[in-house]
Design a protein around this ligand. Structure first.
Ligand SMILES: CC(C)(COP(=O)(O)OP(=O)(O)OC[C@H]1O[C@@H](n2cnc3c(N)ncnc32)[C@H](O)[C@@H]1OP(=O)(O)O)[C@@H](O)C(=O)NCCC(=O)NCCS
Length: 233
């Protein structure tokens, strides 16, 4: 101690992280588990997937079937949920099946994502590492903003839409409900991809794409999709 000074320390307490359940442990679900691991807001409390027939502990963490969700929610106050299923339609079907109050859903943002102060992110949405969400952008409920994706200022991502890794939505572009913007695809400013449409990987949308269509290429043109669901993921 330096004479004349009293030594004073402050213990910096981290705010308690909220418990989080990830539903689905395929590829996307495992990414969400990984985000929860580094999140300052949430801590992983359970993983539910119907590949489990009963609850089992793995590394101290309970894994169980989706039907046990209600018990986990009742067990711990403040529990939040996120759906770890990449396919937009399946994710919506699970949300409908669970019919939880919307306030049960987390907004899971990787600490290495950059989100503008006035961007709005809906409940159940996830934002992955390296993603950038600009001022005035709106991301709908249960949407996915994947690794390195850019959602520029005033862009709009509808509920259940998915902006894949390294895709770019320029200013005021929109991907409506359930739209899937493939990896590395680009929407030039103000372009709209309609609901449940797919813009293929690497495609560049320079004109609006109507709802329910698949478009590929540079510039993107609507094609007749064979559309194996797995390939669109
Ligand atoms: C566009 C897409 C959905 C088409 O799937 P599909 O209907 O199964 O398409 P197919 O593989 O049968 O291809 C149909 C035709 O389109 C072409 N094609 C497919 N994807 C293409 C793409 N991204 N860009 C340009 N052409 C493409 C194929 O070469 C094929 O052409 P051909 O008939 O002349 O041989 C899929 O290829 C795609 O790009 N999905 C995005 C995947 C992604 O980014 N996922 C991110 C996960 S995080």
């Amino acid at each position: 101690m330096i004479s004349g000074h009293t030594e004073q320390y402050r213990v910096m307490e981290e705010p308690a992280r909220r418990p989080l359940i990830v539903v689905g442990m395929g590829g996307h679900g495992r990414v969400l588990m990984d985000i929860a691991r580094v999140s300052k807001t949430y801590r992983l409390a359970a993983v539910l997937d119907d590949r489990f027939s009963g609850v089992e502990l793995r590394g101290g963490l309970p894994y169980g079937p989706i039907a046990t969700l209600k018990h986990f929610l009742a067990d711990e106050p403040g529990m939040h949920v996120v759906i770890g299923i990449g396919d937009n339609r399946t994710r919506r079907a699970i949300v409908e099946m669970l019919s939880l109050p919307e306030s049960s859903y987390a907004v899971l943002v990787h600490p290495a994502a950059v989100v503008a102060e006035d961007a709005r992110i809906g409940l159940g949405a996830v934002v992955m590492p390296g993603a950038v969400i600009g001022p005035g952008a709106v991301v709908g409920a249960h949407a996915i903003i994947n690794s390195g994706a850019v959602v520029e200022h005033d862009a709009l991502v509808g509920p259940f839409a998915h902006v894949s890794p390294n895709a770019t939505m320029a200013g005021a572009a929109s991907a409506e409900e359930g739209a899937h913007i493939g990896s590395g695809a680009v929407l030039i400013p103000r372009i709209r991809v309609g609901s449940w449409s797919v813009l293929g990987a690497g495609g560049v949308a320079v004109r609006d794409i109507p709802g329910g269509k698949t478009a590929v290429g540079v510039p993107a043109r609507v094609v007749q999709p064979r559309l194996s669901v797995e390939k669109a993921l």
